[in-house]
Design a protein. Structure first.
Lengths: 289, 393
């Protein structure tokens, strides 16, 4: 019994992590209709920023996390203004080719600057080990991930649904021309949204270094996982990818625990079954754009 | 008119060509070229960098001339992709006319170059790849690294003798991982040990959590672990996070997981892990102390077992050339290498005259803190271990 709950908890933590990493992609793909395969590169940037600040400059871990967010967001804004902007109206194939090129460049650049070996972030002692809750082993680090990601999800949902910015963004996505006519600065809204998505990825990258490992190949290795989350969840809202991340996280952990021989396949099987059942994802729009 | 021009051209060509050829042969006579094929980029890059560093260090210390010949290294990056290895080896042999090919970060790369070494009759010095079969693929292959069987069988023997009865295994699902598992199992169960749980994890594995939980629930005395060197750190951290260290489950395995290259960054989680391996930067010989000091001074970090394999590989090439008096005939060089014995930073080693594979001591080590840094401290030695992958046949 205890190990079932521990597994469930691990699955939730893993799913939450996937969500923070991938929700930026859901935003760019779903809201801005832009295929950004280089999303993982921003996550990697955040991870390395955090690692350098903590390991080399002696920053405390919790102070470095917001900077991972800010750093990735700034990189995101710069690239959006200089490069991405020109590709919004191009075909998806152009966008894919462009962003995959960006991935390879980021891999090579990080390999050159930081070296190819894995980087670890030194954690405060308070985050190491497990605590025992009614006989269920709960990893402290994973608990922190669940808390941070849970709060983020709530905040995101509120921003999108309740704030003025949220309604502007939704308007800009649904009909950019009408939105401009109503006085909404659409390019600015997009740039801000893009940067926010990149920042989230950066935060996710910093958080995942401990669990997924951080090296220059990060964007390539986990691209598949991000895409699975977005395709399964559907890209029209935040709830979809969130539930999809949880589902995949739990399925992956449970599969690896109970049937280790076929464990790695579970996540892909789940994806195929869901997509056969609902080709637009769990919460996808039925009408094609 | 046309004819005269043609004649002039021919004349010029015939005047220049013999001269060119002559100068080329003269140059080839006093230089020995070594084609070094290593992964300098990609996931295996740390292997390549260590070997390259060690060779540079060796040539700095011993000079770049042997038996009157100048040694020239041509370094090529194959990124551990066997197709690249094969193409580069071919270019090196045909265009650059190298006298040795050396390096090879992973098993498939070493195998890809094997038929070329046989055809060209030049020695292939394997400095990293660790699967047993490699040296059987060409009579021109010599190895100065290790085989996985060497360390895995020894740790199996050691575990049985030291009160470890039940072991759960966690190995990466690829050729070296399966090799390590098979050889460990053979020796451990032959000695009366029991495998209570066997898990193979995918090579590109993002999260060890579920597998580790399974290990914990199986309640073994120890867990046998083999994951690629880069993943060792993540593994040990999650092992400690899950409290496996406190529940008394020890980590044992071949030493690749505790590579000196990464060990110090793993944190205190790694303390107490027992592994069997060929080299530790904390090996207590004077020669090793000098080697580690020189390496640290030149490159700013600790040498790992890959660096030592490279250091010994270039040493073997130097000594073979000394023995043949600088002659670069492949068969004579291989003859010279067979049975060669020397003192390496890792301890006494030799080349098995029958298999051309390395014979070396395997040390049982435990991770301890020395002067504030983590080291594998050796506490037991199995002497002159041959590759049991081959001695069985």
């Amino acid at each position: 019994m205890a190990s079932i709950l521990t597994n469930l908890f691990d699955g939730v933590a893993y799913g939450m992590l996937l969500f923070v990493l991938a929700c930026g992609l859901a935003v760019t793909l779903g809201l801005m209709n832009f295929v950004n395969l280089a999303h993982g590169a921003f996550a990697m940037a955040g991870g390395y920023i955090c690692a350098v600040l903590v390991n080399n400059s002696g920053w405390p871990f919790f102070a470095a996390l917001p900077l991972a967010f800010v750093g990735s967001a700034v990189i995101g804004v710069v690239l959006e203004r200089t490069l991405y902007r020109h590709l919004y109206s191009r075909s998806h194939l152009d966008q894919v080719l462009f962003s995959i090129g960006l991935v390879f460049m980021s891999v090579a650049a990080v390999d050159y600057i930081m070296g190819s070996s894995r980087v670890f972030i030194k954690l405060p002692a308070a985050l190491e080990g497990q605590i025992d809750l009614f006989g269920v082993g709960i990893g402290r680090y994973r608990l922190m991930i669940v808390v941070i990601c849970g709060l983020l999800t709530l905040a995101l949902q509120l921003i999108l649904a309740k704030t003025r910015f949220g309604s502007r963004l939704r308007a800009a996505v649904d009909d950019p021309r009408a939105a401009i006519g109503l006085g909404i600065n659409v390019p600015q809204v997009f740039a801000f949204t893009f940067a926010f998505g990149c920042g989230l990825a950066g935060l996710g990258g910093a958080l995942s270094a401990e669990i997924l490992g951080l090296d220059p190949y990060f964007p390539l290795k986990f691209m598949i996982y991000f895409l699975i989350v977005v395709t399964v969840g559907g890209s029209s809202s935040i709830t979809g990818p969130f539930l999809a991340s949880l589902l995949l996280g739990i399925a992956d952990v449970a599969g690896k625990y109970y049937v280790p021989k076929v464990g790695p396949f579970v996540i892909y099987t789940v994806m195929i079954v869901i997509l056969l059942w609902r080709p637009n994802g769990l919460f996808g729009r039925t009408a094609a754009r | 008119m046309f004819n005269r021009r043609k004649m002039l051209l021919w004349g010029a060509a015939s005047a220049v060509l013999p001269g060119l050829c002559a100068s080329m042969t003269a140059w080839a006579d006093d230089a020995v070229k070594i084609g070094l094929i290593l992964p300098m980029t990609g996931g295996q890059a740390s292997t390549g960098k260590q070997i390259d560093n060690a060779i540079k260090l060796y040539m700095q210390q011993k000079g770049d001339t042997v038996a009157g010949k100048k040694i020239e290294i041509i370094l090529k990056d194959d990124a551990a992709v066997p197709d690249n290895t094969k193409r580069l080896a071919q270019e090196l042999i045909v265009n650059d006319k190298v006298n040795f090919i050396a390096g090879f970060g992973v098993t498939p790369a070493a195998l890809a170059a094997a038929p070329l070494a046989t055809q060209a009759k030049i020695p292939e010095v394997v400095m990293a790849a660790g699967t047993s079969i490699i040296t059987e693929r060409s009579p021109y292959i010599v190895r100065t690294s290790f085989t996985l069987a060497q360390s895995s069988t020894i740790v199996g023997d050691w575990a049985v003798k030291n009160g470890i009865k039940k072991v759960a295994t966690l190995t990466s699902d690829y050729a070296p991982g399966n090799d390590a598992l098979t050889f460990f199992k053979q020796h451990f169960t032959a000695g009366g040990g029991e495998i209570v749980e066997e898990v193979k994890v995918p090579l590109a594995n993002p999260d060890f959590a579920p597998f580790l939980q399974r290990m914990k629930d199986a309640k073994p005395d120890a867990m046998f672990v083999f994951v690629p060197a880069g993943q060792g750190g993540n593994f040990m951290k999650q092992y400690a996070e899950r409290g496996l260290d406190k529940s008394g489950i020890k980590v044992i395995g071949p030493g690749d997981v505790m590579d000196d290259d990464l060990l110090n960054n793993m944190g205190d989680a790694a303390l107490g892990a027992v592994t069997a391996h060929l080299y530790s930067a904390a090996h207590p010989s004077q020669m090793n102390k000098d080697f580690v000091a020189a390496y640290k001074k030149a490159f700013g970090n600790r040498p790992g077992f890959m660096a030592v394999s490279g250091y010994d590989g270039i040493h073997l090439i130097y000594e073979a050339l000394k023995k043949t008096n600088g002659a670069t005939d492949g068969d004579r060089l291989i003859e010279a290498m067979k049975g060669m014995k020397w003192e390496s930073p890792r301890g006494p080693i030799s080349i098995d005259p029958e298999t051309r594979d390395i014979v070396q001591n395997i040390y049982i080590r435990k991770v301890e803190k020395v002067d504030g840094e983590l080291y594998n401290v050796e506490f037991a030695t199995f002497e002159a271990v041959k590759d049991s992958g081959k001695t069985k046949k």
